[in-house]
Design a protein around this ligand. Structure first.
Ligand code: SF4
Length: 230
């Protein structure tokens, strides 16, 4: 796998890295997609090479109406192989059993609605493409373009962060150049968009994720539950 040569990997453009990874591996490919601009850029590159790639969307039941509408519009326009990953409990079931967890215990809410469904889904794949970037958050500053992660089951999966070294302006330039419609919520000033109750305008303009969870946490857990293998 190309990850044996980290210095080469880190110097590759997103498209060149995609080509190397796909040439080096016959593993089952997936991409997680929250329908933010980064994910749409990676998906745009990936779907031209793997048209049937499973697109894993964490359907928490708490997304903005605009996100659901945009997801459905893009899934139809791009003929996506969309996999809506749903939690074990519906929103009314969870709220009936535990109350409004996104207010009282967002970590547990994310665990139920995002982490557990993704953990289960990733068991079916060997390659996991993401739109993560180092610039997005202090928690992502050490991101590598290819990382091998150990899932809780003991299986390993290769996580491919092709945009790790991209800036927001590079993402923006890419989607503009390719005429990719973006989630309309960007036009209302949200630079990072997740579930509606946990997405606000940034508290710190230099930190795009500072409006998530009212600044109380930076990660939902889907990028921290697996163990990075050296
Ligand atoms: Fe729950 Fe908020 Fe996490 Fe969504 S982002 S799963 S609403 S705590």
């Amino acid at each position: 796998m190309t990850s044996q040569f980290p210095e080469i990997v880190e110097s590759l453009s997103p498209e060149a890295l995609l080509d190397r990874v796909l040439a080096d591996s016959s593993g089952r490919v997936s991409i997680t997609c929250s329908f933010q601009a980064e994910d749409m850029a990676v998906l745009h590159m990936l779907r031209s090479r793997v048209p049937e790639v499973p697109v894993l969307f964490l359907d928490t039941g708490y997304h903005f109406a605009e996100t659901y509408a945009y997801r459905d519009r893009m899934a139809a326009a791009w003929k996506l192989n969309l996999r809506n990953l749903t939690p074990a409990m519906t929103v009314p079931e969870q709220e009936g059993a535990f109350g409004i967890l996104h207010r009282t215990d967002p970590g547990r809410c994310c665990q139920f609605r995002k982490v557990e469904p993704l953990m289960a889904a990733l068991e079916g794949f060997d390659l996991w493409f993401t739109g993560l970037r180092r610039e997005q958050s202090p928690t992502r500053k050490n991101l590598k373009k290819i990382e091998r992660h150990l899932l809780p089951s003991g299986r390993s999966i290769d996580k491919i962060n092709v945009l790790a070294d991209w800036s927001w302006s590079q993402v923006s330039e890419y989607v503009t150049r390719h005429g990719i419609e973006v989630l309309p919520l960007y036009h209302l000033g949200y630079p990072s968009i997740g579930c509606e109750p946990c997405t606000g305008l940034p508290l710190d303009q230099s930190d795009p994720r500072s409006g998530r969870w009212a600044g109380k946490k930076l990660e939902c857990g889907i990028h921290t539950f697996s163990k990075l293998e050296e």
